[in-house]
Design a protein around this ligand. Structure first.
Ligand code: HEM
Ligand SMILES: *[C@@H]1O[C@H](CO)[C@@H](O)[C@H](O)[C@H]1NC(C)=O
Ligand SMILES: *[C@@H]1O[C@H](CO)[C@@H](O)[C@H](O)[C@H]1NC(C)=O
Length: 557
């Protein structure tokens, strides 16, 4: 007995020692990394003569940044911060890029807003995605998805999905989109009847998730009319990711339920996809090789077809008729990323566009005039006309200009890449060189697309710039428009998103009136009460308040 007690006591001392060693190790590691980061930052002015914000050894740039951000509403989206800093430090802005040390809150970051310097790490060359993406998206897709894959794996999968985004295939999907938009317009009519103010991004998300369901899965989710278990699990899974603002992320990480919830949502999503995948496999195996299946190509059908026909996607011993477990994991990851990336950004873009149309009545009038010119005076006939000839959606230059101008002012995401040892960004005018080794490179479309060095009337909503020809002062310069990013890792879904938003606009804006309602005393950012925020569980910039909106029918106008 005494022996046993002694051994327990001995065990405890071992435990305490282990804890002590581990704490000491982590404290040392923390200060070592702190020293490393802060020294690297101080080299920037010392060795390269590049100006940086006032820098504290202990706090890095946290104090300088906090001072700037304190002048903005506390909920403003983090992706917007570089623009406020540029305005506060014009001598830094002039460089076209800005070194920011917010470690340990975020990795040391070189924020770039000069379009030609953005091209030097997103276009030629296109650097790998930043480590931060792996931390954030690992638990969602295990990084086996098109946004996070790299190298040969990425290339192969991009090749598999590209045919789904050809102009021809997208147009063949349009009739399915119209069915979903019809559900949306019905819902808007009932909102018009009740006169209530809604968070417009919510019905917009319901719609865009239904649309991407058609394009990715070839299935109807009915998210607009019913509770959808898959959609619910996906949103909740995204909620648990580390993509949130820091204090909220820490609380989530400490929550002991997190792994359980993530496991459950992961399983729900898989269970939703499984029958769809099996059905798609069955369709492809039952067909004679060589015959193409009728109907539009969906993400799921492209992937199963590639699996059956491309041995490079299968392990050597896998039978083509049997779904290999590893392939299944990759396919599920791909479906998750398409379902997520394919709806969130499109819905928020729609919400901001409708806000701009409300605050710019001349633009709205010109847009309606274009729709009438193409589809005739009766708005009720447009749906049938588009169904019969979807390419009519490509004859709406002013509508496209409105969408592009919206995405210029409110791009929902930027790209983050991993800096490289031998890579310097170069200011093409002065020849100044900016080291990238050890830095996360942030292609900040928000700051770039509102930078007055690049855009005349940068802060104003001017769709006309998108129709301006070369020589016109409003003409848009090369590399400047990058809400979808540019280069090989650009958005594969951009044409789909544009087509979708154009169709929604044609089918709503002449019948209805949309009024964003922020109420008296609402705070403004950069002169607009509608600004980007990042709410709990959101990954991208969302409209403030979900974009409060009142819908009215125009019959009595
Ligand atoms: C207005 C709507 C959209 C915006 C603003 C947008 C923006 C972007 C951006 C900035 C990227 C680059 C991300 C990075 O570098 O990490 C991207 C990539 C991607 N987007 Fe979109 N997107 C939109 C709509 C869509 C839609 C509708 C789909 C699906 C059909 C989609 C699927 C993807 C995928 C799969 C990638 C990764 C492409 C690759 O790396 O090969 N997006 N998007
Ligand atoms: C989530 O599901 C995928 C298969 O769909 C699996 O590979 C992965 O390990 C699961 N992750 C978690 C955290 O349960
Ligand atoms: C390069 O540096 C100059 C001088 O600092 C600055 O005016 C300019 O905006 C920078 N970018 C480019 C592309 O020239």
């Amino acid at each position: 007995m005494a022996k046993l007690l002694a051994s327990i006591a001995w065990d405890w001392s071992l435990v305490w020692t282990a804890i002590g060693v581990s704490v000491a190790y982590n404290v040392v590691k923390f200060f070592y990394r702190l020293h490393q980061v802060r020294s690297m930052v101080r080299e920037i002015p010392a060795k390269y003569g590049i100006p940086i914000m006032p820098h504290s050894y202990l706090f890095g740039h946290l104090i300088s940044v906090a001072k700037v951000m304190m002048k903005q509403p506390s909920d403003v989206f983090g992706g917007c911060a570089p623009l406020f800093i540029m305005k506060a430090y014009p001598e830094l802005a002039e460089c076209g890029a800005m070194y920011m040390d917010m470690w340990p809150i975020s990795p040391p970051m070189l924020t770039v807003f000069d379009p030609d310097m953005m091209a030097q790490f997103c276009q030629e060359p296109s650097l790998p995605k930043a480590e931060l993406m792996h931390t954030e998206f690992g638990p969602f897709t295990q990084l086996k998805d098109l946004v996070n894959l790299e190298g040969q794996d990425w290339k192969r999968w991009r090749g598999v999905f590209n045919p789904g985004f050809s102009a021809k295939n997208l147009l063949s999907l349009v009739p399915t989109f119209l069915e979903e938009i019809e559900v949306f317009t019905d819902h808007l009519r009932s909102l018009a009847k009740s006169g209530e103010i809604v968070r417009f991004e919510e019905p917009a998300m319901d719609l865009t998730i239904d649309v991407i369901g058609r394009a990715a899965l070839g299935a109807r989710l009915h998210a607009q009319t019913k509770h959808n278990g898959f959609r619910d699990a996906m949103n909740k899974q995204v909620y648990w990711l580390e993509t949130d603002r820091l204090p909220r992320t820490i609380v989530k990480l400490l929550n002991p339920l997190r792994p359980v919830m993530m496991w459950l949502h992961n399983r729900t999503m898989k269970n939703y996809f499984m029958p769809l995948i099996e059905q798609s496999m069955a369709e492809h195996t039952s067909q004679d090789t060589g015959t193409t299946s009728g109907g539009p190509k969906t993400i799921i059908s492209l992937a199963t077809k590639a699996y059956l026909s491309d041995p490079a996607l299968r392990p050597a011993d896998a039978k083509p008729t049997h779904i290999d477990a590893e392939f299944l994991n990759v396919l599920i990851s791909q479906l998750k990323i398409f379902m997520f990336a394919g709806h969130d950004t499109t819905a928020t873009a729609l919400a901001f566009a409708y806000h701009f149309l409300h605050t710019n009545p001349h633009t709205l009038a010109a847009l309606r005039a274009e729709h009438t010119a193409v589809f005739g005076p009766n708005p009720a006939t447009a749906a049938a006309q588009i169904a019969a000839n979807p390419s009519l959606l490509n004859a709406l230059p002013y509508t496209l200009a409105v969408i592009k101008e919206t995405l210029r002012l409110f791009p929902p995401v930027g790209s983050v890449r991993e800096g490289q040892r031998d890579l310097f960004l170069t200011n093409l005018t002065t020849g100044a060189r900016y080291p990238t080794a050890g830095w996360m490179l942030f292609s900040c479309s928000f700051a770039s697309q509102r930078w007055d060095a690049v855009w005349p009337r940068a802060g104003e909503f001017v769709p006309e710039r998108w129709l301006a020809r070369e020589g016109d002062p409003l003409h848009v310069r090369k590399n400047a428009f990058r809400p979808f990013e540019l280069g090989p890792r650009n958005c594969i879904g951009q044409e789909l998103a544009l087509l979708e938003i154009k169709a929604i606009m044609v089918l709503t804006l002449r019948e209805m009136k949309f009024e964003s309602c922020f109420g008296q005393g609402a705070q403004a950012v950069l002169g607009d009460v509608a600004y980007q925020v990042q709410g709990s569980g959101q990954v991208t910039g969302h409209p403030k308040g979900g974009m409060p909106m009142r819908v009215r029918l125009r019959t009595g106008e």
